[in-house]
Each structure stands twice: as structure tokens, then as C-alpha cells.
Design a binder for this molecule. Structure first.
Ligand code: ADP
Length: 498
């Protein structure tokens, strides 16, 4: 492995250079040797060294004269003097000029190696300490700058540290709160028992996580998501607790608002549904009167009135009939949500059979051919499944092209839902209308071309939504349409008014 320790040996005695290089290299250290002060400075400019061994007497300068310029180049470099005579003054001078130590010649190789190892050991310790300090400083910075309140306490739950986010969250400055008990931020409202429960959980299990109500310095309340962890030392002795708290007051508020909005929306939807139901239900009777009497007028006075009067009566009969159809369809639409039946096992092959019987006359008249794959048994509202298939199949017949209608029904089981497909070879739909056709009263054709009220697909959508599914169409003008709908498996139980 490549070593990180670089040693520079500055000595004009080649045998010393060689010997030292040999033993240092063996230890795995990298060594450079030079014979003069001039060369030493040159190489130190190009490369950094952890350590230099300097002969006190070099051909061009004394080793002591090299100390200051070398230190200037590498502040951290350890400088060791090698001296042939232990002259007290020169050693003191060298130490004063920045040398970290000295060794005497002739060199005792074991001692020298020992000394060098110790120096490197010390250097590593210093580097580790520096790294640790940097890490701690970084962690401190993190704690100060995160948006969560980080609070630590001692074993009695007295506050020991309080970061900037905690100051902002609770309004207490750290110097005001440190030393005070955690109960300063627990409101009276939080039942004592709950507080005890949390404390017990932390000390027994080592942690606690959850939502809790706390108070600020001004006694206002805040919703907190808190996670508390018990802190132990290496010997397993409890030191205290570290708590990380998040202010979730705003989130809670919007959750409450959202819930209220949903409730209001549900109420107003129910009211609307109720209104549509009552209106269409109650309108039926007077409408029936208008329709039957205008019909009577038409039958009885057909030949007794002039041409104009006949036309007027025809318009009135036509209008009343259309209105009756509209009201009936609206009633069906309003009943989907409020008058639905509980879900039960429904064999969709049987449903298709019922629909074919219901539409038998229509199928015969148009020479329609309906084919199907084996369909699954599902959990659904049976009546609504009949309505769904009937609307889609009667549309497939109604919106036929010049060819005889060919309609194919298939169904597949997926992990969490069933998907059904009704494919026809009819007139098709422009893709810009793919969403619009499912909206109530939206139609793409004139009444004179294709009859209808524009409610059929809106009813389908409502039924499918009640079954936790979706309905959509794939189509191309002139090339037929494919309607798909999904039904969710195991729908949630709902309460229905029957
Ligand atoms: P209605 O059939 O009373 O018009 P629907 O809600 O059932 O009302 O359908 C809305 C519109 O969607 C129809 O007017 C028609 O333009 C289009 N549509 C529905 N089904 C088909 C289909 N199978 N092929 C082509 N167009 C269709």
C-alpha cells in the first residue's frame, strides 16, 4: 500500500542517506535524499514532506539555516536535526528556530526509527483531532441550521441544548430555556396521563414517535410531530433524551379545512342529488297529464282542425314526449348514488344475457351481432351492471355505421380490479370529445340524426365511480369505438339509502 508519509533526508554523507532510505523504505515510508541545502529547498518547493532529517553541517549552509525557509514552505513539516556532536548551544538554537527534535551521529538505527514512528503517530493524532473538531463543528452547524427543533435533555428531562429552530418554533431563546424542565413546553391541556405515557415509553423502549400538542413561550398551542430517543453512553448508562420536533400546525389546519370542505361538498352533492330526484320525480305526474292530453287532442281532433293547428299539436306532443324522456333519464341519473343497492357476487355473463333479452327487438331490427369472451364474476350492484351494459350496448347499436353492428364484449381480471371492454364497428368519435361525452346532457349529434337525452354515458360514469372504477373510450371517427370500464375489487362497504 502506498504510504502517505514523505521523508526528506538532507545529508552530504551518502552512506547515511542510503542506510536511512533503506530502513525507512522497509517501513513503507517514501524517502527523498539530497546532499545540499540548495537541493533541499528546491525539492521542498515541488513536493510536500511530513518530515525532514537535516544534517547540521551541509556543504553550502548549516542545517539550522534551512529550518526557517523549510517551515515557510510547509508549516506542518517536522524538522529533525542530525548532529555528529551533541553541542548544547546548536541544539538549543535549532529548537528555537523551529526544529522538533534532534538525533545524534553515529546513528542508532533503532532509536532513529522509534523517534520517527513516534513523530508520525503524533502527527496522526493531531490530524484525527482536527478532523474530529471539523466533524463536530459541521454537526453543530447542521443542528443549528435544520428546520426541525432539536432539543436534548438530561436524565431528569431538564433541557440541555436548544437549537435555532427550537428558538423560532417555541419563542424561547436558548439561554432562557436551558436548565428548565421539558414541562415548560407541555401545555396543561395535554393530559398528565398522556405525558406520563410518552415518558414511560421513551425510558422503557428507548424511543417515542407521534403527534403531540405543545405550547410556546406566549402559551399559544402548536401541533408537533415529535420523535424522541433515549441517549446512553458506551457503558449503557442513560444520559438523557434527544427530541426532534416538527411544527405541523399548518398541516393540521389544512387537514381540518380539507375535511370540512369534503363534508360540505358531500352535503351539497347530496342536496343536489336529492333536488334532482324530487324535481324529476314530482315533475313526472304533471308531465304525464300534459303528454296524455295533448296526445288525446291529437287523436280526437286530427281531422277537425286546420293544418296549422295539427302542426302545433304535433310540436306539443313531441315536446312533451322529449321532456318525459329527459325527466325519466334524470331520475335514473339521480338514483345512481342515492338509490344504489349493496354489492354482491354478480356473474357478468348472466348480466349480458339479460341485456340481450331487453334489447332483443332492437338487436333484431338492426341485424346486430353481439359476441363475447367468457366474462368474470364480480362484486357489484347487479341492477347497475345491467344498466351499464345496456347503455353501452344500446349506444353501440344506435351509433352504428352503414355496416351491420358487430359488438364484442370482453372482460379481464387484474390484481385489484376487473376491466371490461365493449367494442363496436360504429361511426366512431373524434378524440377531442373523449371526455365531453361523459358529461351530463352533452351530445355530439342533432336529435333528428340520433335520438337521446345525453345522460346515458353520465349514468355509466356515475355507476362505475360508485364501484371505485373509471370509464374511458378509444375511438377513431369512422372506425368504431371501444369503451372500457374498470370495477375495483373488494369495494369498501358503504351505507345506502334504499
Ligand atoms: P345519448 O346516447 O342520449 O346521446 P350518451 O350519454 O349515451 O347520450 O352519449 C353521449 C354521446 O356520446 C352521444 O350523443 C354520442 O355522440 C356519443 N357516443 C356514445 N356512445 C357512442 C358509440 N358507441 N359510438 C359513437 N358515439 C357514441
Amino acid at each position: 500500500m502506498e504510504s502517505n508519509e514523505n521523508i526528506l533526508i538532507v545529508d552530504d554523507d551518502e552512506s547515511i542517506c542510503k542506510t536511512l532510505s533503506f530502513i525507512f523504505n522497509k517501513k513503507g515510508y517514501n524517502v527523498e535524499t539530497v546532499g545540499t541545502g540548495h537541493e533541499a529547498l528546491e525539492i521542498a518547493q515541488q513536493k510536500s514532506f511530513n518530515l525532514a532529517l537535516l544534517d547540521i553541517q551541509l556543504p553550502d549552509v548549516t542545517g539550522i539555516e534551512l529550518l526557517v525557509p523549510l517551515k515557510k514552505l510547509h508549516f506542518d513539516m517536522e524538522l529533525i536535526m542530525m548532529t555528529a556532536f551533541s553541542s548544547y548551544e546548536s541544539v538549543v538554537r535549532a529548537l528555537n528556530e523551529g526544529a522538533s527534535g534532534y538525533i545524534t551521529k553515529p546513528l542508532n538505527l533503532d532509536d532513529t526509527l522509534n523517534k520517527i514512528d513516534k513523530i508520525f503517530e503524533r502527527q496522526h493524532l493531531i490530524a484525527d483531532k482536527k478532523n474530529l473538531e471539523r466533524d463536530l463543528q459541521y454537526q453543530g452547524m447542521l443542528v443549528e441550521n435544520v428546520s426541525d427543533a432539536i432539543i436534548s435533555t438530561d436524565i431528569n428531562l431538564n433541557i440541555k441544548s436548544w437549537n435555532k429552530a427550537a428558538e423560532i418554533m417555541y419563542g424561547w431563546k436558548s439561554n432562557e430555556i436551558i436548565g428548565k424542565p421539558m414541562s415548560e413546553i407541555i401545555p396543561e391541556e395535554v393530559h398528565k396521563a398522556q405525558n406520563e405515557e410518552v415518558r414511560e415509553h421513551i425510558f422503557e423502549k428507548g424511543f417515542w414517535k407521534g403527534e403531540i400538542l405543545q405550547k410556546k413561550k406566549d402559551n399559544s398551542l402548536i401541533n408537533i410531530f415529535s420523535s424522541a430517543t433515549l441517549i446512553k453512553n458506551n457503558a449503557g448508562k442513560i444520559q438523557g433524551v434527544v427530541v426532534i420536533n416538527q411544527d405541523i400546525t399548518e398541516r393540521k389546519k389544512s387537514e381540518v379545512e380539507l375535511r370540512k370542505m369534503m363534508k360540505d361538498l358531500k352535503t351539497s352533492n347530496n342536496e343536489l342529488e336529492q333536488f334532482a330526484y324530487v324535481a324529476s320525480h314530482d315533475l313526472q305526474e304533471p308531465l304525464r297529464m300534459v303528454a296524455s292530453f295533448t296526445q288525446l287532442l291529437q287523436d280526437r281532433y286530427k281531422d277537425k282542425l286546420d293544418e296549422d293547428a295539427n302542426d302545433f299539436i304535433n310540436y306539443a306532443v313531441d315536446g312533451a314526449t322529449r321532456m318525459q324522456n329527459l325527466i325519466t333519464d334524470l331520475l335514473i341519473f339521480s338514483r345512481v348514488g342515492s338509490r344504489g343497492k349493496p354489492f354482491k357476487k354478480v356473474d357478468m355473463n348472466g348480466i349480458l344475457g339479460v341485456v340481450q333479452t331487453n334489447l332483443m327487438r332492437h338487436i333484431k331490427e338492426t341485424d346486430s351481432v353481439i359476441t363475447n369472451d367468457l366474462l368474470p364474476v364480480i362484486e357489484a350492484d347487479e341492477t347497475q351492471m345491467i344498466q351499464l351494459f345496456q347503455n353501452l350496448i344500446s349506444n353501440a347499436i344506435k351509433f352504428r355505421s352503414d355496416e351491420n353492428p358487430l359488438i364484442h364484449v370482453s372482460g379481464e381480471i387484474q390484481k385489484s380490479k376487473w376491466i371490461f371492454t365493449i367494442r363496436d364497428n360504429g361511426i366512431g368519435i373524434d378524440n377531442q370529445f373523449f371526455d365531453r361525452i361523459f358529461v351530463i346532457f352533452q351530445r355530439l349529434h342533432r336529435k333528428s340524426d340520433y335520438g337521446g337525452t345525453g345522460i346515458g354515458l353520465a349514468v355509466c360514469k356515475k355507476i362505475v365511480q360508485r364501484h371505485g372504477g373509471k370509464i374511458w373510450v378509444d375511438s377513431e371517427l369512422g372506425k368504431g369505438s371501444t369503451f372500457h370500464f374498470s370495477i375495483k375489487k373488494k369495494p369498501q362497504k358503504r351505507n345506502f339509502v334504499s
